[in-house]
Design a protein around this ligand. Sequence first.
Ligand SMILES: [Mn+2]
Length: 353
Amino acid sequence: MKLGFGLYRHMLTVDNYRFAKQCGATHLVIHLVDYFGHAQKDEDSNQPVGKSEGWGKAGIGTPIWSVEELIAIKKEINAQGLVLEAIENFDPSHWHDILLDGPKKKAQMEDIKQLIRNVGAAGIPNFGYNFSIAGVASRSQGAYARGGAMSVGMEGVDETPIPNGMAWNMVYDENAPEGTIAKISHAELWSRLQYFLDEIIPVAEEAGVSMAAHPDDPPMPYVRDTPRLVYQPDLYQKLIDMKPSKANKLEFCLGSLSEMTEGDVYEATDQYSKQDKISYIHFRNVVGKVPTYKEVFVDEGDIDMIRILRILKKNNYQGVLIPDHTPQMTCDAPWYAGMAYAMGYMKAAMKLV
Ligand SMILES: [Mn+2]
């Protein structure tokens, strides 16, 4: 097991690589989607929540990330003694019609395939994605964690239909016609995933990249009037079985799994690590289940994190764990303090088991 650290696009700086290294990380997971808009301040380093209009604009008109761009980032990371383990998430502007079954679906699929070839050519072994129309939506923010630390959670589901021109909680077309996106069934969403996996997995296999699926966050059957895919632990097995391949893997989010109403996070950890299906792990803790849960400090939630590590060790899990999100601590650097706290806990816990 390896200790990793996640960084958002606007945080890909030498100082932040050093911060990760100082926290004990050996590996990095990076986001290249600019969820926040450019030139944001440090206090916005927290994960975005967003309202009905979503997080903001997708990278409209931007090309897919090139090999040169990826290698340049990787070199900077390697120069600080860190390994670039994964890229997390597609830009909605690059794959909205794959999610929505729109007219640009085939062209976007070709672009996404090239992107995965680029990721492989840059020597980056994992690509995390979240096959979801609404994306990470319907969350709230509040003083949910110990000592009144600011965090995110869910207090009931947002049923507002999604306007045209929006997917994955971001706007990809500002000039879209009035109205909302078409209502679809779970079966239709799974068939869209089947198309995506049938197309991408052979390319990923050849490129030496594992496609790592994040479960739904939050894991509700419907959010914003759209169906969700992996909102119970067993649905992960369905995703794996529909395209058997060593490149079809999971971005295993303990927090999201624990928020699910069925199953058991320990059994799920055992089930998927035993099959060697875990690409990397989001190691975070929560209190409660959908539609009412809170993200909390790593040591105060429902999950016995040490028990999780023991299961992973038993099944010889060799991959990376990153903190995912943490509550913000009351000080001059709320995000950094929260992350450093989680990293120290993880480093000690990993040594203990
Ligand atoms: Mn996660």
